[in-house]
Design a protein around this ligand. Structure first.
Ligand SMILES: [Fe+2]
Length: 308
């Protein structure tokens, strides 16, 4: 049985101007964890030491990392084809890792034994009332202006050269399971939403989405914010700074989350999301027609730039 990742740990980028990246990510709702002459580490309110890394260099997506439950999982991974040996992580939070290169040429790290850092307080926790539930009684709701507060990295979407090859590669190493496979037509897959297998524990509908795009590419990385009010506050803040908005605000069909997509200064798409589906080992895999992929329950239609 393959090791089962618990979650994503981080995404790794390169960019020529770390000051510019830090300003953008701060406006997006991340918090500086550490900064060196040639690297920027950003975190969220959760207790992970960082989940977004930028190395100084030509702008590009470098890769992603999965969080493994413990060191024995790293040992198991070293027997897999293409695995490096277990090495120390010389970055905030320490820990150990095994490094691979995926079939698309991206660096994929399996990490374990990272330090936890203290969680950060939330600015916007006042519950919303609706017609079915009124948890807020005797108090007003006032939303502080400013960036959304990003809690954690939720998922990453990779454009794969060949979907089935990448699907097998990631499932074999990280124990991912299929939530929804998207079909161009019957029995012709485009890609799939894959989640972590944590048994009876409910996890996000997708942690990795592989799109069979015919060529390798970064599609987007998605970060969970506190709730819809926080996402809306973040939208207003990013809009006021004149950043490039890509798609939203809307509610996806597959995964059900409320989404809002923005581009970083070098064109990498980053998503704010909240209120997504949670599945466990009682949820069978499903097949979905392609119109469900970019369809919305409400909100604007997907722009042609999405994922490119
Ligand atoms: Fe997404």
């Amino acid at each position: 049985m393959s090791p089962c990742a618990k979650d994503l740990a981080f995404v790794r980028f390169r960019a020529p101007d770390l000051d510019k990246m830090e300003t953008y990510l701060t406006d997006f709702g991340l918090v500086r964890a550490a900064r060196t002459d040639d690297a920027l580490y950003m975190r969220g309110t959760d207790d992970a030491p960082f989940f977004h890394v930028t190395h100084k260099g030509d702008a590009d997506f470098v890769g992603l990392a999965f969080l493994m439950p413990d060191l024995s999982d790293l040992e198991a991974l070293t027997s897999m084809e293409g695995a490096g040996s277990i090495e120390d992580i010389d970055e905030p939070g320490g820990g150990k890792r095994v490094v691979f290169t995926d079939p698309n040429g991206f660096r994929v790290e399996a990490v374990a034994d990272r330090d936890s850092v203290g969680a950060l307080p939330y600015l916007r926790t006042t519950p919303a009332n609706d017609a079915l539930s009124q948890p807020r009684r005797g108090e007003t709701l006032r939303t502080p202006a400013g960036p959304a507060q990003v809690k954690r990295l939720g998922h990453c979407v990779i454009n794969a050269i060949e979907f089935r090859t990448s699907e097998a590669w990631y499932k074999e190493r990280f124990g991912l399971v299929t939530s929804d496979e998207v079909e161009i037509e019957k029995d012709v897959p485009l890609g799939a939403f894959l989640r972590c297998d944590q048994g009876e524990t409910y996890v996000d509908h997708h942690t990795l989405f592989l799109v069979g795009a015919g060529k390798a590419g970064f599609n987007h990385a998605a970060f969970e914010v506190v709730h819809v009010d926080d996402l809306m506050a973040g939208h207003s803040h990013l809009k006021a700074q004149d950043y490039e908005h890509e798609w939203g605000i809307g509610r996806h069909v597959l995964g059900s989350q409320v989404f809002d997509y923005w581009r970083d200064p070098w064109g990498h798409t980053l998503e704010h999301w909240t209120d997504g589906d949670l599945f466990n080992n009682q949820t069978p895999p499903a097949k979905q027609p392609i119109d469900q992929l970019l369809g919305v329950q409400w909100g604007p239609a997907a722009p042609p730039t999405m994922g490119g």
